[in-house]
Design a protein around this ligand. Sequence first.
Ligand code: FE2
Ligand code: FE2
Length: 249
Amino acid sequence: MFTIAHLSDLHVGDPNDSRGRAERAVAHVCSLDPAPDLLLVTGDLADHGAAEEYAVVREVLAPWPGPLLVGTGNHDARGPFAEVLLGGPREGPLNQALEVGGSRFLMLDSLVPARDGRRIDHGELEPETLAWLDEQLAGSDLPTYVCFHHPPAPIGIAAADAIGLREPDELRAVLARHPHHAATLVGHNHVACATTFADRPMVIGGGVVSTVTLDAEQLPHIWNDAPPSLAVHLVHDDGRLTTHWRTVI
Ligand SMILES: [Fe+2]
Ligand SMILES: [Fe+2]
């Protein structure tokens, strides 16, 4: 069995005890024994995309000793993200590939860079990213997890669905060509939930900084009092995926 710890939406810099919440989530992951094979963080690591926030993110993630894959969300900024978390400046979308324990993880950059200083909240995959994904999937038959920030399928929360991934059919068409696509692992919606996309599981890893509630629930839309949530994905020897969500007090 293979284990993936999945955090999302740390939003370091947010006033809702973002650093403390992220530290508790990372401590929980680090306490697992045996340790997970990979720690995946699917975007919104910083709240304002600031270099000083990423410096804190680096400190928060430092106790994790194993393989790590971090990707961008709509609150992130490519320049400081790459500079502080990826070891230096990079051109274009921050797409990354990682092979761990006989599986591949492709982290796509679905961030739309700010325009006129204004953050763009919906997600897009640039043609360069879709071409890179197709090439990466064609290059290996290993089971491959496609990871990014903005869910490509609606989850039934109106405000969240309005800022998901635009034009998901383009992504669906790429994935349909590659049957070893195992699952889509995303964030952004600050919820622990699962559905399907491209005939595979699509799982949101929860929300560390806050929880977004269902429209029908008599709770704040952004529920800051809910404890941080995280996902632990177990990949069984037959390739089946089981996701356990945990809240961390
Ligand atoms: Fe977020
Ligand atoms: Fe987001």
